[in-house]
Design a protein around this ligand. Structure first.
Ligand SMILES: Cc1cc2nc3c(=O)[nH]c(=O)nc-3n(C[C@H](O)[C@H](O)[C@H](O)COP(=O)(O)OP(=O)(O)OC[C@H]3O[C@@H](n4cnc5c(N)ncnc54)[C@H](O)[C@@H]3O)c2cc1C
Length: 323
């Protein structure tokens, strides 16, 4: 089988594949610029832009993220492309096996990637080790089928058979290539689904590589995506009902207290206040500690600032758990 060439800047994926960023339009700035159109005059400082992007992500105001565009050049096995192509919002142009001859490049899994079928997850791999001997046999089968099918494919080509028919003899582990263009909103949707452990290992490799490019172009949006989508959690109605029944009101009160302190610390960071003003601000934000306790906690240096809007939204959510 032929040696693989990787274009400049490409991230290698699987044994012979890659993904590289060909072009991009906009970044975090383009998201803020678009959001300003809908929210009026808008923001000036980087910290305010960050807050705005995070707000948009939290509230799924998604269209500003569509203003950022990426074009990738990707090379992957056809069985990976079949999953990838289900993401319908992208523009794709693929290497044509009707027009050009197929190349002798097939995905052969590495030993570490060979697992038994999971009994728990019908679409997944189990963790138990496959014996080495069986792994070698499997790799051998992948090689044999790839080589044999390619030999027949060549023979059909040499006999003058139409390429569009001859290609049908090739297995789905053969590599294909495409240009894939999409916007940031839909790319994040793709990454959310395809970096997840429920997605097939082989497509996860590409999604993770794509994420490194996205992170470079739109770091603030990517950070918000990690915080609210990847590491965020949503609760169903029945789950929330159980929380309301089971979480002791004292625990909710403690968290609400923490929020009040953090709101004060954030406002104080933005505009310095005196001792009296701080305590007043704390009470105004729902804090219930006595002045002495407030001063002790404040002096401990444990109170961390955050984002006022986010903290207030968290408070709203928590209040729903209070009966
Ligand atoms: C772990 C996993 C397992 C899967 N298993 C299977 C499987 O067994 N069988 C199978 O067939 N597929 C399977 N899929 C594919 C899955 O059902 C989706 O087709 C794929 O993830 C693309 O998602 P999407 O439609 O949200 O994305 P996109 O096509 O990128 O669409 C993005 C969003 O645009 C909107 N949209 C796009 N097109 C339309 C439309 N025509 N009408 C309405 N809204 C639209 C939707 O809101 C959609 O969420 C699986 C996917 C994953 C991640």
């Amino acid at each position: 089988m032929s040696g693989t060439e990787y274009p400049e800047g490409a991230i290698k994926c699987l044994d012979k594949g890659f993904i590289r960023l060909v072009d991009s339009m906009g970044g975090d700035d383009a998201i803020v610029q678009a959001a300003r159109v809908s929210y009026g005059k808008g923001t000036k400082k980087v910290s305010q832009d960050r807050g705005l992007i995070r707000y948009l992500m939290r509230h799924r105001h998604t269209t500003p993220f569509e203003m950022v565009e990426f074009k990738f050049h990707c090379k992957m096995p056809i069985f990976v492309a079949r999953q990838w192509v289900r993401h319908r919002t992208a523009n794709i142009n693929e290497y044509s096996l009707r027009y050009s001859e197929a190349r002798d490049e097939f995905y052969i899994p590495g030993k570490d990637d060979i697992h038994f079928q999971s009994k728990l997850n019908k679409q997944g791999r189990a963790v138990e080790e496959v014996p080495d001997e069986l792994k070698e046999k499997i790799i051998g089968y992948f090689r044999d089928v790839s080589e044999q099918s390619f030999r027949i494919y060549r023979e059909l080509n040499e006999a003058g058979i139409a390429r569009e028919l001859a290609r049908a003899i090739l297995p789905v582990n053969i590599y294909t290539e495409w240009y894939w263009k999409n916007d940031l909103h839909n790319i994040l949707h793709f990454l959310h689904l395809r970096m997840d452990t429920h997605a097939q290992y082989e497509i996860r490799v590409y999604a993770r590589a794509m994420a490194t490019f996205v992170k470079k172009i739109a770091p603030i949006a990517y950070e918000a995506f990690e915080d609210y989508v990847i590491n965020g959690m949503r609760f169903s109605g029945p789950e929330q009902h159980l929380f309301t029944k089971r979480i002791p009101p004292r625990v909710v009160e403690d968290i609400l207290e923490d929020i009040a302190y953090r709101i004060v610390a954030t406002l104080h960071r933005n505009k310095t206040r005196t001792g009296d003003e701080l305590y007043e601000l704390y009470r105004k934000n729902g804090g219930k500690d006595s002045r002495t306790d407030f001063e002790l906690k404040w002096a401990s240096g444990e109170v961390e600032p955050g984002n006022v809007r986010e903290l207030r939204e968290f408070k709203e959510k928590l209040l729903q758990f209070k009966v």
